[in-house]
Ligand binder design. Sequence first.
Ligand SMILES: Cc1ncc(COP(=O)(O)O)c(C=O)c1O
Length: 393
Amino acid sequence: MSKLFSLATRMQGVESSPTLRLNALAQEMIREGKDVINLTAGETDFETPANIRAAAVKAMEAGKTRYTAPHGTPELRKAVAAWFERDFGLKYSFQQVTTTCGVKQGIFHLMLAIVGAGDEVIIPAPYWVSYPEMVRLAGGTPIILPSQSGFGLQREALKKAITKRTRLLLLNFPNNPSGASYSKDDLEFVAELLKGTDILVASDEIYSSLCYDGTAFHSFASLSEDAYQRTITFNGLSKSHAMTGWRVGFAAGEIKIIEAMGILQAQSATNITSFVQDAAIEALKQTKAEFEPRRLDMQSRRDLAVSILRGAEKLKLDTPTGAFYCFPDVSAYFNQRLPGSEAMSEYLLLEAGVATVPGKPFGDDRCIRISFAKDKQSLEKGLGRFVAALQKL
Ligand SMILES: Cc1ncc(COP(=O)(O)O)c(C=O)c1O
């Protein structure tokens, strides 16, 4: 066989994002005129605020259309450092901050910077689909902590998973796909457990602005001096500012690691889009009070989604306390024809016209991910169909 189109071994077993694939399939059905309610989206339906859009236009008109420093402009890095302090109580110098094309690129760069062959990265399930693939692309080995009921931290499994080869622990809360958050007690347990080890923590806090029912958000690095030292904190504008397409992510932590991530940025994308950097500075002026109506709106959509889903008698659902996903366990409805989440998601799309994402690529095949970042009418219609389709089984 010709080697003309053969791929590098690092591509073996690495998959394209299944959340994007399902979304694309649903879009195709919609284009064909089929009646599909799409509950797969990983983004809100809000507009990017007008002042942020205006800041980008102004920057463009002012000629800010050229390369910038790989980490981003000093003005942006300073604004990010000030924001980490204002909203999270985290003190970073601007040299400890870098900007990336979304948190996705930031985490990928961290993997390339610190993970190599033989290194293990601990990932509690359910996890964001990209984490294991990024670890593999970097040449490391993902060590998955199996999902447990309530989606709390798997304390015993975590203790057992730590070996001499453990390089990194990946935390994500509020969590995609479960919408669960770790308690402060869980986070303190982790901080205590890692003391005296050489294990770094990547804390993906992209959903920090979307916490419900009065649950407070505690940034992992804010827990103790030791936690601060070993953590690279990730956050960005995608979810909190409705800016998914703008591609703005932030990473902050130990300068040596941030510098390495800057080298990777310099050798790949060069920098995040120049005029977007001014818009990001404008975005960071948004206060929690200004975001509050959007948070409350999402919380009421969460309430609606949960109340409809509870109509399916055999479905198990922990009420999400953050992000914009429900992750119900539908395994009681599995049968020979529908033995797992992928077949179930496909059934729901083709038979009931409701697009969801199977739990399998998130590390929990019992569950289906439903995004409630959708208008209430669509939620009522889509989740009504979802429940009816399950009850038919
Ligand atoms: C847990 C998690 N981390 C990171 C990201 C990526 O965010 P960004 O748009 O900043 O790359 C997502 C997006 O869905 C996510 O769910």
